[in-house]
Structures are given as C-alpha cells and as structure tokens.
Design a protein around this ligand. Structure first.
Ligand SMILES: [Zn+2]
Ligand SMILES: [Zn+2]
Length: 138
C-alpha cells in the first residue's frame, strides 16, 4: 500500500479501500483530467468495475479530493486537486479542436467585484476555450 495515498484518503475523512487507492493513484498520475471511460481503461487490469469507480469518484468529489470539469460535450472529466477546497480553485482550458482539458493550476481565479447585493455565489467555474499548443497554427 502506498502510504502517501492512504494518508490522503484518510485525511479527506474517507475509508481506505484498495479500489479508492488505485483510483487516486490514476488521477494523481494523470497529466490532464480524465473521463470516466479513460479511468476505467486504466483500472481494467485490477478488475474495478464501472459502478465501483463511479462510487469512488462520487466520494472523492464530496470530500474535495477531486473536481470535475465539463469539457463542453457533456462529458465530465475528473482531476485530482490537492488544494483541499471543495470548489474549483483554478481556471480550466478546453481545446475546441482536440478536446483536451487542462487544469490551469498556476492561474488564480479572477475576483468578482461588485457582486449584486444580496446574492451569494456558491459555485464558480471559469473556462477558457480555444486552441491548445498542439492545435494552434504555428
Ligand atoms: Zn488541442
Ligand atoms: Zn482542474
């Protein structure tokens, strides 16, 4: 068992299971957010079924270990986030050509000044769309 992964899972208030550990490992290794399909493929060898993966993802989302990103075609992508916030803590870039989604972890979310009085913002997601470095004309 990977101690670090076990610590992260328990630190988020979740029970450690080998399935959750394998899922977190995949998400932490991923260079960009993954769809559930991509996650399933990577976990096929250890025999985790879709329902187990779905439930583990749900518990990670609730615990704030993972956030999900709408890549524009109604497909959720999931990414590990170590910031501990249950909300989106960074903007996301979506490439309209190859569909790549990237967490822009080094860019702060813009502040929203002059919010209407009496309004309480509970969620904010910030998407930048365009062409990634592979797809933009050189
Ligand atoms: Zn692209
Ligand atoms: Zn992200």
């Amino acid at each position: 068992m990977d101690e670090k992964i076990a610590q992260i899972i328990r630190g988020a208030g979740l029970r450690y299971t080998p399935g959750r550990a394998a899922l977190l490992d995949v998400l932490m290794d991923a260079l960009s957010p993954l769809t559930q399909e991509e996650i399933s493929l990577r976990l096929r060898d250890i025999g985790l079924n879709r329902v187990t993966i779905y439930r583990a993802l749900e518990s990670f989302l609730e615990a704030g270990l993972v956030h999900r990103i709408d890549n524009g075609d109604r497909l959720w992508k999931f990414a590990y986030c170590g910031c501990g916030s249950r909300k989106h803590c960074h903007p996301h870039f979506v490439c309209r050509s190859c569909g790549k989604v990237e967490c822009l972890v080094n860019i702060a979310l813009p502040k929203i000044p002059n919010m209407r009085p009496g309004y309480c913002v509970e969620e904010r997601e910030f998407y930048l769309r365009g062409l990634c470095d592979n797809c933009s004309p050189k």
